[in-house]
Write a protein that binds this ligand. Structure first.
Ligand code: ADP
Length: 160
């Protein structure tokens, strides 16, 4: 049984993230989506809310669970007996950072592999930051985030 973890800040989850989750869930036996709380990014959604959103939109995928973690990713992977860390790649700009992280994680624990899934072209421009910016300025975020969380994302972004 192969367990994979998919880490990120998910502030909030977008359709690009969800696509990676759906695809990874067909490859691995168990996928643990992990909301990391120690990212250098300043989230606008609380950790609980980010977890709740992901649970809501992945509820129909039986081998996906959602957790949060603050600490070293490789330690969490070891705890979960995960062999694989999943990362999504959008553009060349993602590559340098992700390459560095993958090599550092390998140095910290060489029993865990980082596997990259390419974004689908329709999501290649999509990031949580873009969603927040568009929502804040009153633009339409339909098709950028799952429908079931759209209204709450808009409402929250406009309070800020
Ligand atoms: P961001 O704030 O940049 O959206 P996250 O830290 O939440 O990023 O992203 C978690 C993971 O998902 C990272 O591996 C990131 O490269 C990947 N990812 C983010 N958006 C997309 C997308 N639109 N398509 C594919 N992968 C993505």
């Amino acid at each position: 049984m192969i367990t994979a973890i998919y880490p990120g800040s998910f502030d909030p989850i977008t359709n690009g993230h969800l696509d990676i989750i759906q695809r990874a869930a067909t490859i691995y036996d168990r996928l643990v989506v992990t909301v990391m709380s120690n990212s250098s990014k300043k989230p606008i959604f609380s950790l609980q809310k980010r977890v709740e959103f992901i649970e809501k939109v992945t509820g129909d995928i039986p081998n996906v669970t959602v957790e949060s973690y603050s600490g070293l990713l490789v330690d969490f992977a070891r705890q979960k007996q995960a062999k694989v860390i999943i990362k999504g790649l959008r553009a060349v700009s993602d590559f340098e950072y992700e390459f560095q992280m993958a090599l550092m994680n390998r140095k910290l624990n060489n029993e865990i592999e980082t596997m990259f899934l390419m974004t689908q072209s329709q999501y290649s421009y999509l990031s949580s930051s873009v969603v927040k910016e568009v929502a804040k300025l009153g633009g339409c975020i339909k098709e950028l985030v799952p429908e079931s969380i759209e209204a709450e994302v808009i409402q929250h972004c406009n309070q800020k």
